[in-house]
Design a protein around this ligand. Sequence first.
Ligand code: BGC
Length: 382
Amino acid sequence: MELNRRTVIAGAAAAGIAATTLGGTAQASGGRAPVKKPFGTLADGTKISSWSLANGGTRLKVLDYGGIVQSLEIPDRHGRYRNVSLGFDTIEDYVAGSPYFGALIGRYGNRIGKGRFTLDGKAYQVSVNDGENTLHGGAQGFDKRVWDVEPFAEGSDVGLYLYYTSVDGEMGYPGTLRVKVTYTLTRQGDWRIDYEATTDKATVVNLTSHVYWNLAGEDSGSIHDHELRIAASRYTPVDSGLIPTGELAKAAGTPFDFRRAKAVGEDIRVAHQQLLYGQGFDHNWVLDKGVTAKPVAVATLRDPSSGRSLTISTTEPGLQFYSGNFLDGTLVGSGGTVYRQGDGLCLETQHFPDSPNKPSFPSTVLRPGQTYRTTTIHSFGR
Ligand code: BGC
């Protein structure tokens, strides 16, 4: 079983025992060991903490609530730091209605049609929270759970281990799932995420991270000038509820072709049925490299105005590119300005949406005795 923090808080969450947090003793060469501070209190009295860490020119602030990246600061070509990840200043704002800003997503990233699937002949109905479908794990996904956080420093790396135990039946999913997510800041300033999970019954798992990027700064308006490249010749078209049809459609000759870098806004107003369904880009790209044992670079995002860039490498076969279509001017972000449509974009590494109902897609089934393991690395440039 491994995983650890006594094998994911020894089922503490399952038993309703409050998890404790060890003091940080990390001291890494070059990096700033994680520092814990109070961030606020949930309605039930649970104290929420933020953890600040830095390494290689990247500064990260993480909440134990949802494993949320509350702030990620990187320099521009002149060395000026900005927070490039959309978020809020208070725990109340996150609880009141965050569109998954910066959060860890589970058990199942993106949608499962009607929240239903059959596994080993047994039918399951999971929490429905997006029209008739389930999105990002259901009404109380991993983004709304308090994670047990443990700081570390290893060699030149600094980071956090985040643990959560999802009990059998939580949100309708079978099996007790023990999850360990590792956030590492490397000496080069890369932010690396390693996801691990085990189960005691066959289940489905698809974990991801839901940072909204704006490389010009979280409060600087539209990302339509950002240039994006995705190494994918195909994408998964969807129906009007954003559930994949099962087809792997060719990107060539469509607005979905990002094999050469182009501005996000270049084709976003093309009258293409798929863009109407998503109110912009909100699709899974089928990465040409497929599932890999080691992370492979699959996408680069660049803001020409600041020179900041982000390259994503992953072991996963899919990438959800969501162009922030449902930001509607009703949320005030951490910089004090209102977020509107297209003010941030997400690049979520994943298995494909609705895989439990699409036998031709790479499998998301996890069985007892197996360990779910995926890695995604965010590398920054300027
Ligand atoms: C989905 C969008 C959804 C958003 C939630 C994305 O991952 O693809 O459809 O609206 O998350 O903010």
